[in-house]
Write a protein of this length. Structure first.
Length: 294
C-alpha cells in the first residue's frame, strides 16, 4: 500500500471520532505510510487556544481491518501520569505482576481486557522496548499512539529544518510503536520500518542546525543587550516623556489604552503570519512525503 497525503481530515476520521473523540475538523496533515500488513496513518490534531493561538498534537494510528480491540489506554507506569489518570480506573490482570509494575492499563470493560491481555500477549509487550513518553489507546479497528506532553508546540517556522524535524517526529512515533503494535496483534510489521527511519535521518541532514543555533545565540544576545539598554536609557526617557507630554492621569490612561490596543493588533498580525507560514510548511511536508517508497 502506497503513501498518500491529506491536508485536512482523512478517510477514517469518523472512526477516530467514535473511538477516541478526535473531532474530524481538527485533523490536519495526514500521511498514510506504506505497509502491506496494516494501514498506518500519522496526523496532527489541532487545538485552538485562547487569543488565537494554535497547538498541535501528533498522532500515529494503526488500522487493522481484521482486528477489533476493546477500549483501553496503555502506557508505562509513572507517578505523574498515574495520579493524573486516576488509580480507580486501573485494571489489574490476574497473575501479571511484572506487567502491572511496568505498565498502567485503564479501561471500562474489565472482562474484555482480561480476555484480550493473555499471558502470551503480556509477555510479548514486556519483551518490546516502549518509546519514552508515548501513550497508546485502542478501540475498534485502531491502535493510536501520541507523545504525552504538558505543553504542545504552538508555532513552527517555514524553514527546511523545522519541516525536517516535523517529519522526524512523526516517523519516530510511527516506527517506535510498531513493535508494540506487533505484540498486541501477533503481526509482523517491523520489516518495513527501516525505510521510515532512513527517511527521517536524511530529512534531518538537510537542515542547517549550526546556523539555527547561531541565530538563536545572536537573538539571545540582542535581547539581553536590549534589556540592559532599556534599563539604562528608557528609564530617564520615560520620566521626561511623562513630565513633558502625559502630565495628567487622564493622559496616562489614554496612553495605556493606545499601547494595549497596539499590542493586541500586533499580536493578531503575528497570528496571521504564523498561519500562513504553517500553510507553507504543510506544502513542504507534502513534497517531502511524496518521496516515501511504495
Amino acid at each position: 500500500m502506497g503513501s498518500e497525503f491529506w491536508e485536512t481530515g482523512n478517510p477514517y476520521q469518523n472512526e477516530l471520532a467514535d473511538a477516541f473523540t478526535i473531532a474530524p475538523n481538527s485533523i490536519v496533515h495526514t500521511l498514510q505510510w506504506p505497509n502491506t500488513q496494516v494501514q498506518i496513518f500519522s496526523f496532527q490534531e489541532v487545538h485552538h487556544l485562547s487569543k488565537g493561538r494554535t497547538a498541535y498534537l501528533y498522532w500515529a494510528g494503526y488500522r487493522f481491518k481484521d482486528h477489533s480491540f476493546p477500549k483501553f489506554d496503555l502506557k508505562p507506569t509513572r507517578t505523574a501520569s498515574f495520579l493524573r489518570r486516576g488509580w480507580w480506573r486501573k485494571v489489574s490482570l490476574p497473575g501479571q505482576i511484572e506487567f502491572e509494575s511496568r505498565y498502567t492499563l485503564t479501561g471500562e470493560n474489565r472482562a474484555l481486557l482480561e480476555q484480550f491481555f493473555t499471558p502470551g500477549r503480556c509477555a510479548a509487550i514486556l519483551s518490546r522496548e516502549w518509546p519514552r513518553g508515548i501513550s497508546l489507546k485502542a478501540g475498534g479497528h485502531w491502535l493510536v499512539a501520541h507523545r504525552e506532553t504538558f505543553f504542545h508546540a504552538t508555532s513552527e517556522s517555514d524553514s527546511e529544518t523545522s519541516v525536517a524535524k516535523e517529519i522526524q517526529e512523526v516517523s519516530s512515533l510511527v516506527t517506535g510503536m510498531l513493535p508494540v503494535a506487533e505484540a498486541l496483534t501477533d503481526s509482523q510489521l517491523v520489516d518495513q520500518s527501516q525505510r521510515y527511519i532512513r527517511l527521517s535521518q536524511e530529512s534531518l541532514k538537510t537542515g542547517r542546525t549550526w546556523w539555527n543555533q547561531l541565530a538563536f545565540l545572536l537573538l539571545a544576545i540582542a535581547i539581553g543587550v536590549s534589556i540592559l539598554l532599556s534599563v539604562g536609557l528608557l528609564g530617564p526617557w520615560w520620566g521626561r516623556f511623562d513630565n513633558m507630554i502625559l502630565k495628567t492621569e487622564a493622559r496616562r490612561y489614554l496612553f495605556a489604552a493606545i499601547f494595549i490596543s497596539a499590542s493586541f493588533v500586533a499580536g493578531e498580525w503575528l497570528v496571521r503570519v504564523y498561519r500562513k507560514t504553517k500553510q507553507r510548511a504543510a506544502t513542504r511536508l507534502e513534497a517531502q512525503y511524496s518521496v516515501l517508497p511504495n
